[in-house]
Design a protein around this ligand. Structure first.
Ligand code: ASC
Length: 127
């Protein structure tokens, strides 16, 4: 899928970056930093749910050098996959919650999704 290891690294980092931008826009509403607009929340949450599926293909074995990726990503591949599957599941629920237009549902789903980001970072990201 990738011409060179650097492409796999760039791919996953950029996918995570795009996802974080859109997740942040949902979070701003969930946390009351910007006024809640159900259509905007839904559009952004849909992008998060789509992007959540992408980064994992970029974690090609042998691409941990000079990145924040911990070697455990490759020595605990089943656990890492479980961790990424949780993000996919929760972000899908986030998109569904956003679609309802119910701010409380959005807040709950946002917190659950953020929890999956954090759990994976704590286990598999350096620093
Ligand atoms: C974000 C972002 C993350 C997660 C994480 C949740 O918006 O960029 O990495 O949320 O901070 O705890």
């Amino acid at each position: 899928q990738f011409a060179k290891p650097e492409d796999a690294i760039k791919y996953r980092q950029n996918a995570l970056f795009v996802m974080a931008q859109h997740f942040g826009r949902v979070g701003a509403m969930a946390n009351g930093r910007v006024p809640f607009d159900a259509n905007v929340a839904s559009a952004n949450a849909e992008i998060v749910a789509t992007m959540a599926k992408l980064p994992w293909a970029g974690f090609v074995p042998g691409t941990d050098g000079n990145t924040k990726a911990k070697p455990e990503i490759w020595t605990e591949q089943a656990k890492f996959k479980e961790s990424s599957d949780k993000l996919v599941a929760e972000s899908t629920k986030l998109a569904a919650a956003a679609k309802t237009g119910n701010l409380e549902a959005l807040k709950t789903a946002f917190a659950a999704t953020a929890g999956t980001c954090k759990a994976c970072h704590d286990a598999y990201r350096k620093e």
